[in-house]
Design a binder for this molecule. Structure first.
Ligand SMILES: Nc1ncnc2c1ncn2[C@@H]1O[C@H](COP(=O)(O)OP(=O)(O)OP(=O)(O)O)[C@@H](O)[C@H]1O
Length: 321
């Protein structure tokens, strides 16, 4: 098998122009079969537009897309039966019950009555929806709606799943359970592209892309991206954190200073060899007892790679991990 045939998604140089706005700009995206690939980025950075192009719902202005070996959008019809797509707003029919929603989708995919019954029983059991089988979708809790939406997206045993902010309406325990279910699917060979605003979710992905203003600013394995970060992360404990923050924020070597409870988390560029000494020089009230080195988090990475490009016209500044 050639390397490209092991890719569930291979998008090269794709762009999407809406009038004056380039919503997606020269984006390259390769997703390995069976991997969970996370798409992280602020509102409006182009994540949903990218998914729409990858699924064939929207034609790119430039670039080429291959999904599951099919050329998109030309072969989008063939792709449709092999993928699942869970949109931001759970696309459920409020006035149908759980079982009726599942049956409706199964009918669209043309499952035989026997296959339909088997699949619906299995999905209700996997996604813990048996007690709600006759309950109207409108009356389900956020977590139950999410599980039903995932069950609907899985009815055709998709080889590739697109999940657009699937956990935005659910509590931490439901998010955890949801991710366990994604890993079950991944282990069975399903490739998954998932958009999220949650750093803890991004950390769970095999691969991750951070997107901003239509560009991928960094991509790769989360741990590799953290290891390659261009900043040291330090935390300061002191009484005058607000004053320190405004003082440090003025310095070009400080990429970010943000308060977390009784600590100030400061990202200092690696050009500074000894950031503790440097901080002491900048703030005479600090001594070593106030300052500690801490491990970088994905949020630190996010802050470091975004916000450098105030205008949408900037060229991509990709960091490939
Ligand atoms: N059909 C369209 N016509 C014009 N502009 C559009 C269209 N679809 C999206 N856009 C614009 O493209 C940009 C990217 O939108 P997109 O929905 O892809 O962002 P996103 O990263 O998914 O955001 P969010 O996290 O808020 O869902 C936005 O500025 C949006 O207004």
């Amino acid at each position: 098998m050639s390397p490209s045939s092991q890719l569930a998604i291979d998008a090269r140089g794709i762009s999407k122009q809406f009038g004056q706005l380039e919503a997606v700009s020269n984006l390259n995206l390769q997703v390995q079969q069976g991997h969970i690939y996370g798409f992280l980025g602020p509102n409006g950075c182009g994540k949903s537009t990218t998914i729409r192009m990858l699924t064939g719902l929207m034609t790119p202005t430039h670039g080429t897309i291959t999904c599951l070996g099919l050329s998109i959008p030309q072969q989008a019809e063939q792709l449709r039966s092999r993928i699942g797509y869970m949109t931001q707003k759970f696309s459920l029919y409020d006035d149908l019950t759980v079982k009726e929603n599942l049956r409706f989708i199964a009918d669209i995919y043309g499952l035989s009555p026997n296959a339909c019954k088997r699949k619906i029983d299995q999905l209700q059991s996997t996604y813990n929806l048996v007690p709600q089988t006759n309950q109207l979708a409108a009356t389900l809790s956020g977590g139950q709606k999410q599980r039903l939406a995932l069950a609907c997206a899985c009815i055709n045993n998709p080889e590739l799943l697109f999940l657009d902010e699937p956990t935005s309406a659910v509590d931490p325990q439901n998010r955890r359970d949801f991710w366990e279910q994604l890993f079950d699917l991944s282990e069975q060979g399903t490739s998954i592209l998932v958009t999220t605003h949650y750093m803890d979710e991004a950390e769970r992905c095999h691969q991750l892309a951070i997107m901003e203003q239509g560009h991928i600013r960094a991509n790769g394995n989360p741990q590799a991206l953290l290891a390659k970060m261009e900043v040291n992360v330090l935390e300061i404990t002191a009484n005058n954190l607000r004053q320190l923050k405004s003082q440090l924020s003025q310095l070009s070597q400080v990429r970010s200073a943000a308060q977390l409870g009784d600590r100030l988390r400061v990202l200092i560029t690696k050009e500074i060899n000894d950031p503790t000494q440097w901080l002491k020089q900048q703030c005479s009230t600090l001594d070593e007892r106030n300052i500690s080195h801490v491990n970088a988090s994905l949020e630190d990475l996010f802050v470091t790679v975004t916000g450098k490009h105030p205008h949408n016209a900037g060229a991509p500044d990709d960091t490939h991990g």
